[in-house]
Design a protein around this ligand. Structure first.
Ligand SMILES: [Zn+2]
Length: 238
């Protein structure tokens, strides 16, 4: 009987140890993130890419790489990464790169577009559909009020309506199937500024034209909470 109890207890202890180990592995598993940051004639987004690295590199369990060439998006080169941040305009997107981004999201990975990530040629319908819309125009840079539409989402949790001086991006459509987290009014019409879509695999934040936005504490918080949300939902899935 004692022998049986001992074996039974050892077995139980080993099952518990195994699940603790599995749990620990899941939570120490490194999430690999790629930031594609590029400057263009209107934006200095390489600098924003470095800022984002600085904001999030201290988060536990994340490994960040930065790239400046669009080739990284094509031919399966995104597959080692779990999260891809597009801190760049997409004006020179190629068909191969478009395909690469779509495959990446189809694999259940996370795509995070900032500001000019919706600046793309209209021939890239699949990418436009994925990111939620195509940039059409913006009124001159001015101060406007951002309205938080969903205060319970992890990305916007704890954030109140705020004012920011930025370009107010107007997209060519309302993003299909999106969970709109924040809007701003332009010509009496609420423009979706921050949203997630494609079952939470895509996250877009239209803010972020220049340094004054990049240094705005709420913009910074939205980026950090966005990355944390992506990491947590990837871990829950694994
Ligand atoms: Zn801009």
């Amino acid at each position: 009987m004692l022998g049986y109890m001992k074996i039974h207890c050892n077995l139980r202890a080993s099952i518990i140890a195994h699940s603790v180990l599995r749990y620990a592995r899941r939570y120490t598993m490194k999430v690999k993130m790629l930031i594609l940051s590029r400057d263009d004639q209107y934006h200095q987004l390489q600098e924003l890419g470095l800022k984002i690295v600085d904001w999030i590199e201290r988060l536990e369990g994340i490994k960040i790489e930065v790239a400046h060439e669009g080739e990284i998006l094509a031919d399966g080169r995104l597959s080692p990464y779990d999260i891809c941040i597009l801190c760049t305009a997409m004006s020179d997107l190629t068909e191969e790169q478009e395909e690469g981004i779509i495959d990446f999201v189809d694999d259940g990975k996370k795509l995070f577009g900032i500001h000019s990530a919706t600046v793309v040629g209209e021939e890239h319908g699949r990418y436009i559909d994925l990111i939620g819309g195509r940039f059409v125009h913006h009124p001159p840079r001015h101060e406007f009020q951002v309205k938080i539409e969903d205060r319970n989402h992890p990305i916007t949790k704890g954030i109140e309506d705020f004012k920011i001086t930025d370009e107010l991006y107007v997209l060519d459509r309302t993003p299909r199937g999106a969970d709109i987290l924040a809007t701003a009014l332009w010509e009496d019409k609420p423009q979706p500024l921050i949203y997630t879509k494609s079952e939470g695999r895509v996250f877009y934040n239209a803010l972020g034209h220049d340094q004054s936005t990049h240094e705005h504490p709420v913009f910074k918080r939205l980026v950090i909470q966005g990355v944390l949300w992506a990491i947590n939902s990837l871990r829950t899935k694994k």
